[in-house]
Design a protein around this ligand. Structure first.
Ligand SMILES: Cc1cc2nc3c(=O)[nH]c(=O)nc-3n(C[C@H](O)[C@H](O)[C@H](O)COP(=O)(O)OP(=O)(O)OC[C@H]3O[C@@H](n4cnc5c(N)ncnc54)[C@H](O)[C@@H]3O)c2cc1C
Length: 328
């Protein structure tokens, strides 16, 4: 039998959006608020981007006229949470949601399996990069050395290992450019960037920024590619038969909302884009369920997500006061 706990509000995801919601609720003196994340740190995606001495400052934000980097954003969010009485549960994965009962099942190494019910639940689970199958233009085997951005960051930043000396990046958006710069600063050669669009998907400002660290070679307009390799990646083959030799392939960008929990729970999701169906007050198809940040599917930077979290907190507070007055 699962142990049972209660909270006023449960926030799933301690990235910029989830922290925005939790601190927004704390400012309104709403408690207890439990903030859950499967990672060991607060900060979501920005927390994955370390800025090393001499390394490339990837994941950047302009805020109050200054450049701020991924790790610094995560530290700010952590500090802000420390000044509240939000209960933070890290290394805790939400594995099931029951919208009607307004409860979730959380699994963690320290706490085991726990059921938590709340008056309101906010999904702030972010977005993820599309899988190979979802992209639909990349075929071939899945040899060692085919990695998503997240895996690459883990290797390079956390373990100090270089994923590829001669990388090919499939994708050409800002995430792809950040990945190319990160690899170059870890002593890889400039990446070859292959994408199906006729022009790089990253805006000129992003290309200029990352151009200080890396000058990728572009192979745009590839309708399909095949990853070649036995045990390890050895090349990427284009439709015209050209092979680009490499020792690692990164699959970058092409985000999709992390809406799997909502889908599993029966909340309404547009299956084509995997977007949650939300009202103007960020409420989902079941009363008391809300969403914030990049799970909404518009893919904004960290700062937007944080302030969006604050807006969602306002709507959650209104919902609580409405339902509270009804039950009195
Ligand atoms: C690979 C990648 C690179 C990116 N690079 C940039 C960049 O360089 N610059 C930029 O501005 N934006 C970048 N983005 C966009 C980035 O997602 C946003 O800037 C911002 O981090 C979104 O905030 P969020 O809080 O909505 O989601 P996230 O930051 O993704 O946080 C979501 C959190 O939810 C947690 N979570 C998800 N599901 C569960 C679950 N079931 N149980 C428990 N916890 C869960 C995750 O562990 C995560 O910590 C990138 C996104 C990705 C995927």
């Amino acid at each position: 039998m699962d142990s049972l706990e209660k909270a006023k509000v449960l926030v799933i995801g301690a990235g910029p959006a989830g922290v925005g919601v939790a601190t927004g609720l704390a400012r309104r003196r709403i408690k207890p608020v439990i903030l859950i994340d499967r990672h060991e740190k607060v900060g979501g995606v920005p927390a994955l981007y370390k800025k090393k001495a001499g390394g490339v400052p990837t994941f950047v934000l302009w805020t109050r006229g200054r450049l701020v980097f991924g790790e610094q954003i995560a530290e700010r969010l952590t500090d802000e949470l420390r000044r509240t009485d939000v209960e933070i549960r890290l290394e805790s994965q939400v594995v099931e949601v029951s919208p009607r009962q307004r409860s979730v099942i959380v699994v963690s190494p320290s706490g085991g399996r726990v059921q938590i019910s709340a008056e309101a639940v906010v999904l702030a689970c972010g977005a993820r990069e599309k899988t190979l199958a979802e992209r639909g233009w990349i075929v071939g085997s899945r040899p060692r050395g085919l990695l998503f951005t997240k895996n690459m960051l883990d290797w390079v930043d956390r373990q100090g290992l270089l994923t590829a000396r001669t990388p090919v990046i499939l994708g050409s958006d800002v995430i792809a450019h950040a990945a190319a710069a990160k690899l170059k600063s870890a002593r890889a050669s400039d990446a070859v960037m292959v994408d199906r669009f006729s022009k790089p998907a990253c805006r000129i400002a992003g290309r200029l920024y990352f151009g200080r660290w890396t000058k990728p070679a572009y192979r745009q307009g590839a309708p399909a590619v095949s990853v070649v390799g036995g045990q390890s990646v050895s090349a990427v083959r284009l439709v015209d038969g050209t092979q680009i030799s490499c020792d690692g392939v990164m699959l970058c960008g092409e985000l999709v909302p992390n809406s799997e929990l909502a889908l599993m729970g029966g909340l309404q999701v547009d299956l084509a884009g995997r977007r949650l169906l939300v009202g103007s007050n960020f409420q989902l198809s079941e009363p008391g369920w809300f969403a914030a940040g990049n799970i909404l599917g518009d893919y904004h930077g960290a700062q937007w997500c944080y302030y969006n979290g604050r807006r969602v907190a306002r709507h959650v507070a209104k919902y609580l006061s409405r339902t509270g007055s009804r039950s009195q």
